[in-house]
Ligand binder design. Structure first.
Ligand code: FAD
Ligand code: SF4
Length: 502
């Protein structure tokens, strides 16, 4: 088996399949991310962009942008904020939004629940069962929640007194609060968006690829960029892949290059038998790209310095199901803390602001991340320009809901004593939460993959990254990608055992 990509989907799949005895080769276009002081330096990460790709993509109008993404062993989980939430039960069903209806998934929450358990255990997930008012049925977390530092603890109480239901954000970090002297994670201020210098973040290198490589039947080739998949002569399967280092063959190919790159690879693999691209008889490959509507928010009061070091501990789902306004009966979204915005980080991201202003603002702010669900739209899609450039056309849905979420949160923060509240919306270059370009479903006319994430058109091609999602929900995507990879691994192991590959 060849697995293309070693991120949340590919890395987790490799770990789950390693004990099966299958001969597995992981192909990763990047290298191991170097461990160096720059991992925790805001200037290196956010001004020099040392770990992000310099690649340029085009938007729907042909304008160039540089996506905030990186190619390394572990994929984008090397940078993630490690906020790992389960989708709600309702997120698997059609749901009415301001701008339309989400499609039903071909599986229910109950199908994924045991795999969520496994993913949480592998990725060191800390949390408190029962605290999130919309949480789906689940058992206790393997690790206790991250405690809030004093300012956040006081704010949580204030929000509670205002009738809200804040809860500890589930986090995939290897922290031992009871024995801080020996804890791998030291609760530093440079986690959200940064690689972890200590390898204490539950990322797909640490929790997926490395444990997989402990098995003799698993190999990894870094710096191997897959250029196209090679269709078999009968048109019903793939024979292998062409990389920038040569051709490799396998009986099964699993694509896990991320939602944009996986779609781009299938489109780049077009040939005379499949002129629209591989696995694309439905013309759905690359379509229905979704990305969260996200805004960063800074809330300040002049009289209060914020000395919190590790801030990403609080979340609010009070507007997840509906707005609270009977005249606007639609979901608004999810709110969680950002990692603490420090003066160095703010300066790296806003180099034109005067330094004293940056220093004062960042030392007084409490920082938040607001998320609204985007909806599938066939016109939001990945295509390839004639020169092979990736083109990403994206006009997000539910903009009004996102604006209302920001307005609600501003009002609440004012009431909680923060007179100054600023928002910054993310644009198309913020591709962190990319999903949906090869959605799974029962109907081959309307989906790329079957419910086991196997291509409807090709018997030995699977896709296990964020592409498979028919809807994005308003929670962070990684835990669902990991849980789904574990679910698909069980299916693949069974096929392998029974010799039923094709
Ligand atoms: C700054 C940041 C913060 C985030 N915070 C969170 C968070 O708090 N919680 C959360 O749930 N999610 C978060 N995310 C999103 C999360 O990282 C992604 O949803 C997740 O990593 C996607 O998994 P994936 O398997 O689809 O792709 P990836 O993890 O991106 O893995 C794809 C892999 O494929 C490789 N690849 C690509 N093309 C090729 C090719 N042609 N040949 C070979 N290899 C290839 C890439 O190098 C990469 O290793 C964040 C992302 C970023 C960037
Ligand atoms: S030490 Fe902990 S908080 Fe800091 S980057 Fe690593 S996992 Fe994140």
């Amino acid at each position: 088996m060849i697995i293309i990509g070693s991120g949340a989907g590919g890395g987790t799949l490799a770990r789950a399949l390693a004990p099966s005895g299958l001969s597995i080769l992981i192909l990763e276009r990047g290298d191991y991310l170097p461990r160096e002081w720059g991992n925790w330096d805001p200037h290196t990460v956010f001004a020099e962009h040392r770990y992000h790709t310099p690649e340029q993509w085009h938007d729907g109008d042909g304008q160039i942008f540089t996506p905030v993404t990186g190619y390394h062993v572990g994929g984008n989980t090397k940078f993630y904020g490690a906020a790992v939430l389960r989708r709600r039960e309702k997120d698997f069903l059609p749901r009415h939004h301001r701008d339309g209806l989400t499609p039903a998934w071909p599986i229910a929450y109950a199908d994924l629940a045991p795999h969520y358990d496994q993913a949480e255990a592998w990725y060191f997930t800390h949390g408190q069962a029962g605290a999130d008012p919309l949480e789906p049925p689940r058992g206790p977390f393997a690790f206790p929640p991250f405690p809030h530092e004093p300012l956040l603890a006081a704010l949580e109480q204030k929000l509670r007194n205002m009738g809200l239901h804040p809860f500890p954000l589930p986090l995939a970090l290897h922290r031992n609060e009871e024995d801080p002297a020996h804890s791998p994670c030291v609760r530093c201020p440079t986690c959200d968006g940064f690689p972890c210098l200590l390898h204490a973040k539950g990322d797909a290198e640490v929790c997926g690829v490395t444990p997989a490589l402990a098995h003799a039947n698993v190999r990894l080739l870094t710096r191997h960029r897959v250029l196209r998949l090679l269709p078999g002569g009968d048109g019903r399967g793939v024979e292998g892949v062409e990389t920038d280092q040569g051709t490799l063959r396998a009986r099964v190919v699993v694509l896990a290059a991320g939602a944009v790159n996986s779609a781009a690879l299938l489109l780049a693999s077009a040939d005379a038998a499949a002129p629209q691209g591989l696995a694309n008889s439905s013309d759905q490959v690359g379509r229905n790209y979704m990305c969260h509507l996200n805004s960063a928010c800074m809330a300040l009061k002049a009289a209060q310095e914020n000395t919190t070091v590790f801030q990403k501990t609080l979340a609010i789902n009070d507007f997840y199901d509906d707005s609270g306004d009977p005249d606007y009966p639609y979901p608004l979204g999810h709110i969680q803390n950002l990692g603490k915005v420090t003066p160095a980080l703010l300066h790296a991201q806003q180099p034109l602001l005067p330094i004293p202003l940056v220093a004062w603002t960042a030392s007084h702010s409490v920082d938040w991340w607001l998320t609204t669900e985007d909806l599938p739209d066939a016109g939001n899609r990945v295509t390839l320009d004639s020169d092979g450039h990736i083109r990403l056309a994206w006009q997000p849905k539910n903009r009004e809901s996102h604006q209302r979420l920001c307005d609600q949160w501003r009002k609440i923060l004012h009431q909680a004593g923060f007179p100054m509240v600023f928002f910054q919306a993310m644009d198309i270059s913020a591709t962190a939460h990319q999903v949906g370009t090869c959605r799974f479903g029962e109907d081959p006319a309307d989906s790329v993959l079957d419910p086991w994430c196997r291509a409807h058109d090709l018997a030995n091609l699977y896709v296990v990254d964020a592409s498979f999602m028919p809807s994005i929900s308003a929670v962070n995507p990684s835990l669902t990608i990991m849980a789904n990879a574990i679910r698909v691994a069980a299916h693949l192991a069974e096929r392998f055992k029974t010799g039923a590959w094709a």
